[in-house]
Design a protein around this ligand. Structure first.
Ligand code: ATP
Length: 220
């Protein structure tokens, strides 16, 4: 069976404000289920579709690094933080494509993010650069605009294995553990003075406490 040259790499972007188990467990499951070499988790500098993150990029990256320490499949990647301007995924994928010309690149998004994909900068170009894998998330069902829905349906892979046969261009829906956790709820818990234990790794909870993050900012 044909295989694209090079290891398959997952690209999982987000605000990670802060990272939590709802990011980490699905990312790990995606990495294992899709036989990825690595899932690179990229905090965005300036997310184009939302207000300024509550925590500075340096803190969001530091929390992510602590969260994935010792887990070889997941890795914190600061490439969007090193770029000026809005963090457009299409630019990020061009960056990965330049360093991995033949490898399958797998853009991993939760269902809520996938539903809004057609508002992303040059969204149709994403399919020339990577495969799209959508992970279920408690709450939103699949709800695509017409053009995006057609694009996703037309490119649907029959199996995860198929993603290894070409570098980009397919879509796949991946069931993952459904963890009803959001960064918004964590920020709100901190602000209310409640515990965030069991929502995010202890190293992240300790970092938030040590740096006084989220304590006195109004939350979105
Ligand atoms: P916020 O509450 O601040 O909006 P969030 O918890 O949704 O944040 P993001 O950093 O915005 O986290 O999400 C990054 C990516 O992770 C998105 O693709 C999103 O769909 C996905 N994601 C976030 N939480 C979950 C979850 N509980 N299960 C599956 N995917 C998730």
């Amino acid at each position: 069976m044909n295989r694209a040259a090079g290891p398959a790499i997952g690209v999982f972007g987000g605000t990670f404000d802060p990272v939590h188990f709802g990011h980490l467990r699905p990312a790990l499951e995606a990495g294992e289920a899709l036989a990825l070499h690595q899932v690179r988790m990229l905090p965005s500098a300036q997310p184009p579709h939302r207000g300024r993150p509550s925590a500075d990029a340096v803190h969001r990256l530091a929390m992510l690094e602590r969260a994935v320490a010792g887990q070889s499949l997941l890795c914190a990647d600061d490439c969007e933080l090193r770029r000026e301007g809005p963090s457009y995924m299409v630019d990020t994928l061009h960056h990965f494509r330049a360093s991995h010309p033949e490898s399958p690149l797998i853009l991993i998004v939760g269902q809520d993010a996938a539903n809004g994909l057609d508002t992303w900068h040059r969204w149709a170009d994403l399919f020339d650069l990577a495969h799209l894998v959508v992970m279920g998330r408690p709450g939103p069902d699949a709800d695509y605009g017409d053009a995006l829905g057609r694009m996703i349906a037309r490119r649907a892979a029959r199996s995860a294995e198929e993603l290894h046969h070409q570098p980009a261009g397919l879509t796949f829906s991946l069931p993952v553990s459904q963890l009803d956790i959001s960064a918004t709820s964590i920020r709100n818990q901190v602000r209310a003075g409640r515990s965030i234990a069991y929502l995010t790794p202890p190293a992240v909870a300790d970092y938030i406490a040590d740096h006084g993050l989220y304590a006195d900012r109004p939350c979105a």
